[in-house]
Design a binder for this molecule. Structure first.
Ligand code: NAP
Ligand code: G4F
Length: 385
């Protein structure tokens, strides 16, 4: 009999990679998706299996973390061996706009799931993974951050996730659930949501290179993040759940990079040199050189003249827009994953260069498709956020 996993947040970045990983391990996977007015299962469509087929191993259920009865019913129906609670309103900036909803879905939602396991008498059967976050460290009290570093969240999202972290620990201690927190630092990929910083950058640079976007607007350029690849991080989730004893683990690369440097590195991946001048709101980024061989290989020679012109005319390519500042910011994150390395034997396979290469390739391909459609006279949306 294959093991049964239930994944909340299955339509998200991590949900998609984890589903793929677990299916490869022979698991039967059940996922909770929200009803939306348009189909939003793009990240998992390649994994879809017709439920009418006899040996189907992948099932989707409608649900929402704000609905206790729904969560309880699904847990009862699925009787999972492992539950990965990945569902969340996961955008830090948006959490300032929707603080109550964020607390409900990200904080109380975790309680709903744990309580379902307890009330259904599944405490000895269903292991729980809780998607905790480096946002818990917020105004960092120690560098680098490890499992023992005190928390100081800096957003409604961070505070909601702090509740979720501690309620997971409490259910472990009170009811002996095999419940663990993965304190994951930022992890990205070609299927990262388009409004998170890395994807916004790789997508915008690809569009700028091919002449379908003029400029990239960002907020705080000096923030620092410890960025890893989501594929490595879902492997860590799985390893955490397989341990005999539940525990909490920091998952990070141990390397931190400023947003400014991320932009420069992503541009360099396609042969563009970006130079920043000025400070604060007046900081601006310009394309100052092009490695034409690299650019031709990665993007195509038909776009080189447009790039040369941007260099000649000193076109502003990156600008700062205060709309992207947060009321309270997390300035710097860098994780120490020694516990995960020693106890789980987990090591990231991607470094930042590998992550950027993967993301830039993904977005150049996407934008080529966009350009192709535009040339064919079809409408393509812009999606600026
Ligand atoms: P994501 O791409 O934003 O995916 C979030 C998922 O949660 C989506 O499937 C979303 O559904 C679902 N969801 C949101 N609200 C829900 C609700 N009320 N009920 C049911 N489902 C809901 O996030 P991710 O990057 O994959 O991250 C996965 C988890 O890890 C999240 O809990 C996040 O907070 C946490 N985390 C992420 C990182 C990171 O760097 N990626 C780091 C640390 C922790 P829709 O598709 O319908 O929106
Ligand atoms: O990509 P971000 O929005 O990610 P953030 O805020 O670090 O949160 C992500 O990682 C957390 C783990 O630490 C997760 F828990 C959370 O769910 C999410 O996945 O922003 C990264 C940095 C911030 O300092 C932000 O202020 O980039 C800065 N930034 C500058 N300009 C921007 C922008 N962020 C976004 N999203 N958009 C901008 O234009």
């Amino acid at each position: 009999m294959s093991k049964v996993a239930l994944i909340t947040g299955i339509t998200g970045q991590d949900g998609a990679y984890l589903t793929e990983y677990l299916l490869k391990q022979g698991y039967t996977v059940h996922g909770i998706k929200r009803r939306s007015s348009l189909i939003n299962t793009e990240r998992i469509d390649h994994l879809y299996q017709d439920p009418h087929v006899e040996d189907a191993g992948f099932f989707l259920h409608y649900g929402d973390m704000t609905d206790s009865m729904n969560i309880t019913r699904i847990v009862q129906e699925v009787q999972p061996d492992e539950i990965y609670n990945l569902a969340a309103m996961s955008h830090v900036k948006v959490s300032f706009d929707t603080p109550e909803y964020t607390a409900n879905a990200d904080g109380i939602g975790t309680l709903r799931l744990l309580e379902a396991v307890r009330l259904l008498g599944l405490a000895n059967k269903s292991r729980v993974y809780q998607a905790s976050t480096s946002e818990l460290f917020g105004l960092v009290q120690e560098v680098p951050q490890r499992e023992t570093t005190p928390f100081y969240p800096r957003s409604p999202y961070g505070v909601a996730k702090m509740y979720a972290y501690w309620i997971t620990v409490n259910y472990r201690e009170a009811y002996h659930l095999h419940a663990s927190n993965g304190i994951l630092f930022n992890h990205e990929s070609p299927i990262r949501g388009e409004t998170f910083l890395t994807r916004k950058v790789t997508r915008a640079l690809s569009r700028i290179a091919m002449g379908v976007q003029e400029k990239l607007f960002v907020g705080n350029l000096s923030g620092q993040r410890d960025w890893g690849h989501a594929k490595d991080y879902v492997r860590a989730m799985f390893l955490i759940v397989q341990q005999d004893e539940p525990s909490d683990y920091v998952i990070a690369t141990g390397v931190t990079t400023t947003i400014r440097d991320f932009i420069k590195k992503a541009a360099a991946e396609i042969g563009l040199e970006i130079t920043f001048t000025g400070e604060g709101m007046n900081e601006k980024g310009y394309i100052t050189a092009v490695d034409e061989k690299r650019f031709t290989e990665m993007v195509g020679d038909e776009y080189i003249e447009g790039t040369r012109e941007k260099i000649r005319k000193k076109t502003e390519t990156v600008g700062v827009d205060a709309a992207y500042f947060r009321p309270t910011e997390v300035d710097m994150l860098i994780g120490d994953a020694t516990k995960a390395r020693t106890r789980l034997g987990w090591e990231p396979r991607y470094d930042l260069a590998g992550l950027i290469a993967d993301m830039m390739q993904g977005d150049v391909k996407q934008v080529k498709k966009e350009v192709y459609l535009k040339k064919g006279g079809f409408y393509t949306p812009n999606y600026f956020e």
